[in-house]
Design a protein around this ligand. Structure first.
Ligand code: Z5A
Length: 207
């Protein structure tokens, strides 16, 4: 049996990394084999591209878009697809919805270029479940600021991140695989919502 592919999305500081650990613990409790990974990154090449993307100085929007998909192509071919084929579940901190949100929404790049790259790189792979942690930009930024200094993309202005958030929410309306979770709730309530979504996915996969 193939494994499930779960992605976790949202603007900075909404709790993706924190809740990824919760999902890992839940999978362990169920005795499900999994790998946990992130984008950009996840492979040697991807992690090198991540460093350039986040801390590499001036990068054009088109170069940024192509680097996101270069990282993703390597990630899908070398790590994600093999794991799914071996029956492992894959949890990924950000995936292609982030490209639509940041490069499409934030940078206002042509969505049809992103769709073409998605077709080329994904082939037939899409997440089974996408957890979108949603909160106003001000809340996410405030939480993220406590954690570390802003990287190249995080240094963008409020309007940029509002466009990013709007694009995530627009995609969530478009695709059934999304579950939108109110990330302004207490961590405990957020995790109760996540657990419900995971249980539904497990039930769906077991029939
Ligand atoms: N990017 C892109 O442009 N295009 C793409 O295609 C892809 C990515 C894939 C790297 O992402 C950058 O790449 C990102 C988008 C771009 N740039 N930006 N912005 P990243 O995932 O590495 O960076 P991030 O989104 O900035 O992650 P983050 O700041 O670490 O946020 P987070 O993982 O969502 O949050 P967290 O670290 O789990 O939580 C932040 C703090 O809030 C922490 O102290 C928690 O304890 C606290 N927290 C979490 N939940 C709660 C609740 N519910 N209540 C109270 N406090 C909470």
């Amino acid at each position: 049996m193939k494994g499930c592919f779960i992605t976790i999305e949202g603007i900075e500081g909404v709790g993706k990394t924190t809740n990824l650990k919760f999902i890992q613990a839940w999978l362990e409790k169920q005795g499900i084999e999994y790998i946990s990974t992130r984008e950009p990154g996840g492979t040697d090449l991807g992690e090198r591209l991540r460093e350039l993307l986040l801390h590499g100085g001036d990068v054009s929007s088109e170069a940024e878009l192509l680097m996101m998909f270069a990282s993703r192509s390597q990630h899908l071919e070398k790590l994600i697809k093999p794991a799914i084929d071996q029956g492992k579940w894959v949890i990924c901190d950000r995936f292609t919805d982030s490209t639509y949100a940041y490069q499409g929404g934030g940078r206002q790049m042509n969505l049809s270029s992103i769709e073409s790259l998605e077709t080329l790189v994904h082939k037939n792979v899409q997440p089974d479940l996408t957890l979108l942690l949603d909160a106003p930009v001000e809340i996410g930024r405030e939480r993220a600021a406590k954690r570390s200094a802003a990287d190249r993309i995080e240094a963008e202005d409020l309007a940029f991140f509002n466009r990013v958030r709007d694009m995530f929410l627009a995609r969530a309306k478009q695709y059934d695989r999304f579950k939108v979770i109110d990330a302004t709730q207490s961590l405990e309530d957020v995790q109760t919502n996540i657990e419900t979504s995971l249980e539904h996915l497990l039930q769906r996969e077991s029939v």
